[in-house]
Design a protein around this ligand. Structure first.
Ligand SMILES: Cc1ncc(COP(=O)(O)O)c(C=O)c1O
Length: 367
């Protein structure tokens, strides 16, 4: 049996016919940039997330960068980010002209916690970026309370957690302004690059809309230094067809996760992912921890099971970020995670037989 790490075939095939029909209409209309398809998707995505506004942009990194820039951060101001995240979270702070300050994550949830964040708050701190890594929500109650106490902005990085909830409320609706990515393999994936910003703050939404569109909300009038970071209509159409299926797909991911957990419980050498109280994960990734990670990965590969590591090199040790001045042992939990985590196959369309085979092979390796 072969088990790929991810396959988009099943989810994409569910919408392919409708998408192609609407694409044909789009081509006839010629409305490729900031047309009705964008407005319709923005409305649907804002309603889904539970925010007043959603702004379609070119990708998740641009969504984060523009969200941060809409806050008018000044050079030298600090933004606290998790040491354990995809590098885009960090790059966005740098692109927005501020300074990323890492905080270590909690080993069992993989995420930032209020107590870790608090250790890094200084007079220069302006914002916090909680990342709902692997689809697992951060504790937004305690992070929100801490931010309020210190008058800090919260920008959720919801790239991996579309549809997840904390206290019954969707992630991407807690922060002052939030960002997500529709990279094709995300829970809600586009047919190319795309992203979105969500917010309840109309002034921030207006600024973000200008920033994504060459600093303009009126043709050839440019009030701010902007980007060309618009979502294109083809992506908006694709996403509009997929959005109504997202909850069903997330439920399927949770079912697959439950099957992994049931099958692998009792294998002492691995630690299974756990979900924090009041949260519902959408398992963008299913990540286990083991001291024998590299050997296990190699063994599984020999059994035609593809696994990946998210992420093998901690951000604070990336060559591109050496100027931030961190070194080995700066963030022990993140460093330990990077050498022990392994992401197992997880996608809509993964069969029970495939999940059982992965689990059997993991047991064979350890027992
Ligand atoms: C946590 C996180 N933040 C930001 C991004 C950036 O998104 P994109 O690849 O669309 O730029 C990603 C996805 O790749 C991500 O996983």
């Amino acid at each position: 049996m072969t088990v790929p790490f991810v396959s988009l075939a099943e989810s994409n095939s569910e919408i392919k016919t409708q998408f192609l029909d609407s694409l044909s209409q789009l081509i006839d209309s010629g409305s490729f940039i900031l047309g009705p398809a964008i407005q319709e998707f923005e409305k649907s995505f804002a309603d889904y997330t539970g925010t007043k506004h959603a702004i379609g942009v070119s990708n998740g990194l641009d969504a984060l960068t523009i969200a941060l820039q809409s806050l008018k951060l000044q050079a030298g101001e600090e933004v606290i980010v998790p040491a354990h995240t995809y590098i885009a979270t960090v790059l966005a702070v740098i692109h927005a002209g501020a300074k990323p300050v890492f905080a270590d994550v909690d080993e069992s949830s993989f995420n930032l916690t209020a107590s870790e964040i608090e250790k890094h708050i200084t007079a220069k701190t302006k914002a916090i970026i909680p990342v709902h890594l692997y689809g697992q929500p951060c504790d937004m109650e305690s992070i929100g309370a801490l931010a309020e106490q210190h008058k800090l902005y919260v920008i959720e990085d919801n790239a991996q957690a579309q549809g997840a909830t904390f206290n019954g409320k969707r992630t991407g609706s807690f922060g002052h302004i939030n960002a997500t990515s529709f990279y094709p393999a995300k829970n809600l994936g586009a047919a190319g690059d795309a992203g979105a910003i969500t917010t309840n703050d109309s002034a921030l939404a207006e600024r973000a809309m200008q920033l994504r569109n060459v600093g303009s909300d009126k043709k050839y009038v440019h009030d701010v230094i902007g980007y060309n970071a618009r979502m294109d209509s083809v992506q908006a159409l694709f996403l509009q067809h997929k959005l109504p299926l997202l909850d069903k797909w997330n439920a399927e991911r949770r079912r697959i996760a439950a099957r992994y957990i049931k099958n692998l419980q009792g294998v002492e050498q691995i630690i299974l992912p756990s979900v924090i109280k009041d949260a519902e994960s959408v398992y963008h990734l299913f990540v286990i921890k083991t001291d024998n990670r590299d050997e296990l990965q190699q063994f599984l590969s020999g059994k035609h099971i593809q696994t990946l590591i998210h992420y093998p090199v901690p951000n604070h040790l990336q060559k591109s970020l050496t100027h931030l001045g961190y070194g080995q042992n700066s963030f022990p939990v993140t460093e330990k995670l990077c050498s022990t985590i392994l992401s197992l196959p997880m996608f809509v369309g993964l069969t029970d037989g495939q999940v059982d085979y992965v689990c059997e092979m993991i047991k064979e390796f350890f027992l």
